[in-house]
Design a binder for this molecule. Structure first.
Ligand code: C2E
Ligand code: CA
Ligand code: CA
Length: 404
């Protein structure tokens, strides 16, 4: 469908605003416009076949049904068009509303803060594209514990590696091991499709064991080649439920001939710790043994201040959600980013910014004095055999591209 032929519904309780937006749309060449002053009328229009819009411009503050309630009704009606939030409310309220709508899987093209002009409206309209395939055709497969067990037994789990680099010098400090399942029929399967099931079904210890074997022998090879880079391994909170986990790691690094100071264990806590004391003891023992401990996804979920207080972490990974948005002029997020850097500095932890996707992100980290970085701008996770070629190209970029 050509963009200008899309059907647009304007929902606003203020007739003057409706008129204003309709005029702007007409000037931009859109003429299939319907309007509504009440949420209920708009919903009726959406549910009657033939008049369902491709895009709704939705006011947030309305007397009877507010914009968020209206959006919730859209979900029940299985509306699969797009939406633009329009409001005079505070920027932070607009941002939260956008997040909320996205969480409901509504395609939000963006937000317009009243008063806005035609160009701002146009910029968002240009983002519109036809809706993706209906749900079902692209739904991701969920794997059963049996399938995962089979994958472990057949050693179908392999590691990809993503570099962590020093922001000031560009030097490669380490590689993070990210597990992949080389599925005989489905191709490469990503961890979010099986780690959760492995945790719930008690298979995560075996997954971790295999990841440790693979990653540590790779780290040993780097060491032997004189590369001087560490290895970071993701550990699930569920791995910390037994007191002998530190001994397992000890055994594994011994077998591989790697020393603890080359190894960082990255801990994410996606759910609340069931046995706080036990995991605290396990983590403290790991630190005593000389492993670096990293708090992953800092700022999200349960990776928070209480954790920093209780657990002797040596590294903080600032979640990518904070990094990219801090750089993109979101003042609240930028404040959180700076506070995290500051906090880590005061406790004496090193900092890694995750999700550094473009030169702008990278420059932002350089300007703000962040220690280390990881992300697509530097490299995507890659199989082991691609690393030396990547290292050459990275060194070339450092020389030629004015990155540092
Ligand atoms: P994580 O530890 O936070 O890993 C970072 C994730 O972000 C990786 O996804 C990586 O591919 C992706 N990423 C890296 N740079 C960028 C970027 O610039 N932009 C964007 N958008 N994404 C980026 P991946 O490999 O799919 O892993 C997802 C999560 O699965 C990991 O998040 C980690 O929590 C978990 N995981 C991975 N490997 C293991 C493992 O061996 N054991 C356990 N327990 N969990 C693992
Ligand atoms: Ca990680
Ligand atoms: Ca992370």
């Amino acid at each position: 469908m050509e963009n200008r032929t899309m059907k647009i519904l304007i929902l606003d309780d203020d007739p003057f605003m409706i008129q204003l937006m309709a005029t702007m749309l007409e000037r931009l060449g859109y003429d299939r416009i319907t309007t509504a002053e009440r949420g209920a009328d708009a919903l009726e229009c959406i549910s009657s076949s033939g008049s369902t819009p491709d895009l709704v411009l939705c006011d947030l503050i309305m007397p009877e049904m507010d914009g968020l309630e209206f959006a919730r009704n859209l979900v029940t009606q299985r509306y699969n068009g797009a939406l633009i939030i329009v409001s005079g409310a505070d920027h932070r309220i607009l941002e939260s509303s956008e997040k909320l709508l996205q969480a409901h899987s509504i395609r939000v093209l963006g937000r317009l803060h009243k008063p806005f002009n035609k160009d701002e409206l146009k910029e968002l309209l240009d983002k519109w594209s036809p809706p993706p395939e209906p749900a079902g055709t692209s739904r991701r497969k969920v794997y059963s514990p049996e399938e995962i067990r089979h994958a472990i037994e057949n050693r179908e789990l392999i590691s990809f590696y993503q570099p962590k680099v020093d922001v000031a010098t560009g030097r490669v400090v380490g590689m993070e091991s990210l597990v992949r399942w080389r599925h005989p029929e489905d191709g490469l399967v990503f961890p979010d499709q099986f780690i959760g099931v492995a945790e719930e079904s008690g298979l995560i210890d075996e997954v971790t064991r295999l990841v440790l074997s693979n990653s540590l022998s790779t780290a040993r090879a780097w060491h032997d080649a004189g590369m001087g880079i560490g290895i970071a391994i993701n550990i699930s909170m569920d791995n910390l439920k037994t007191l002998d986990f530190p001994d397992l790691i000890d055994k594994k690094i011994h077998e591989a001939g790697v020393s603890p100071d080359q190894v960082t264990l990255e801990i994410t806590e996606s759910r609340l710790m069931e046995n706080h004391l036990l995991s605290l003891e396990v983590l403290t023992r790991l630190r005593l043994k000389g492993f670096a401990l990293s708090i992953d996804d800092f700022g999200t979920g349960n990776s928070t201040l209480a954790q920093l207080r209780d657990i002797p972490f040596s590294e903080m990974k600032i979640d990518r959600g904070f990094v990219h948005e801090a750089c993109c002029a979101n003042a609240t997020v930028r404040a959180i980013y700076h506070a995290s850097l500051d906090l880590a500095g005061q406790i004496g932890m090193s900092v890694v910014a995750e999700g550094v996707e473009d030169a702008e992100d990278w420059d932002f980290l350089r300007q703000t004095g962040c220690g280390m970085a990881q992300g697509y701008f530097i490299a995507r996770p890659m199989p082991e055999h691609c690393i030396s070629k990547w290292l050459d190209s990275w060194n070339q970029r450092l020389l030629e591209d004015n990155i540092v």
